[in-house]
Design a protein around this ligand. Structure first.
Ligand SMILES: Nc1ncnc2c1ncn2[C@@H]1O[C@H](COP(=O)(O)OP(=O)(O)OP(=O)(O)O)[C@@H](O)[C@H]1O
Ligand SMILES: [Mg+2]
Length: 264
């Protein structure tokens, strides 16, 4: 008999209230090692709030978040990061006046353990992690540029490099391709595929359905803080509730054709 596969992350009955508003409402799901779980849903569905709760930036009102068998619901964000969960943000977040390499160095230095500030002496391990992260996202040739001067794709890639420089087991990405052109989306898709193939489990939020369905092994669609669909990406375009509250008829037809083309 083979041992049951343990989830890497379990959200159990997670709710987050802002006053009377249930931004996340009694949500439960598991993420298994090697998954790429794609989360979609209309604006205001509670997707980002869910990430805030998992990553410790906001505490759940009720329910629990279990990571590698440990209840992380009450931990502060730096401890969650040290435990092996990294994330990127919907809006760009970087140290604007630092170089690309220094931004990633900071993540590699502080991402795995508590460290002293004075001197910020980085050892060869930090340099290696920094270089590996820059190469993984395709920014190695731009490491001397100033973060605040980068175009939008490179800023998103920099945030991704910072996240993976912390050597996470689980990577959360909040709208990694919002505002990007089709070619830029392809570039980001390649980077995310490389990271997944490198053994990092991924949960990503995205409105760009092509990106969501082509990368995800499983999809969760949220509406009013609840799950309205959880299953394979192939089932999305046929699901009546998902079409009614999120995709609409036109988008679901386009998505259906995309899925058929992908299977042929
Ligand atoms: N700090 C806060 N205080 C009060 N209400 C909040 C707060 N953060 C989020 N909300 C509300 O919670 C709901 C869920 O917001 P959230 O940002 O999680 O949605 P989302 O699914 O990420 O949407 P989008 O696709 O637009 O990014 C919204 O109604 C939002 O206005
Ligand atoms: Mg959001």
């Amino acid at each position: 008999m083979t041992a049951a596969r343990e989830p890497l992350l379990s959200c159990k009955g997670v709710s987050k209230f802002f006053g009377a508003l249930a931004a996340v409402n009694n949500l439960s799901f598991d993420v298994y090692p090697g998954d790429v779980l794609g989360i979609g849903g209309p604006n205001g569905a509670g997707k980002t709030t869910l990430f805030e709760v998992i990553s410790g930036l906001n505490q759940a009102t009720s329910g629990s978040v279990i990571f590698q068998g440990r209840d992380i619901s009450m931990l502060p964000p730096e401890t969650v990061c040290h435990a092996g969960i990294a994330r990127t943000f919907q809006l760009n977040a970087s140290f604007e006046s630092l170089s690309v390499r220094d931004n990633v160095r900071v993540a590699a230095y502080f991402g795995r353990e508590n460290r002293a500030y004075p001197g910020l002496k980085v050892g060869p391990d930090v340099e290696e992690q920094t270089t590996a992260a820059l190469e993984a996202v395709g920014l190695a040739g731009k490491d001397h540029l100033i973060a605040g001067e980068l175009p939008v794709l490179d800023r998103k890639l920099l945030m991704l490099a910072g996240a993976i420089a912390t050597k996470p087991r689980l990577l959360l990405m909040d709208e990694p391709v919002g505002g990007l052109s089709p070619r830029e989306i392809d570039h980001m898709m390649d980077a995310v595929r490389r990271i997944a193939q490198g053994g990092v489990t991924i949960v990503l939020i995205e409105h760009v359905m092509r990106f969501l369905v082509q990368l995800s092994t499983r999809v969760l669609i949220m509406h009013h803080g609840e799950s309205i669909y959880e299953g394979p990406p192939q089932g999305l375009a046929k699901d009546r509730t998902v079409i009614d509250v999120y995709l609409g008829e036109g988008a679901s037809e386009r998505l259906g054709k995309l899925m058929e083309a992908g299977q042929s």
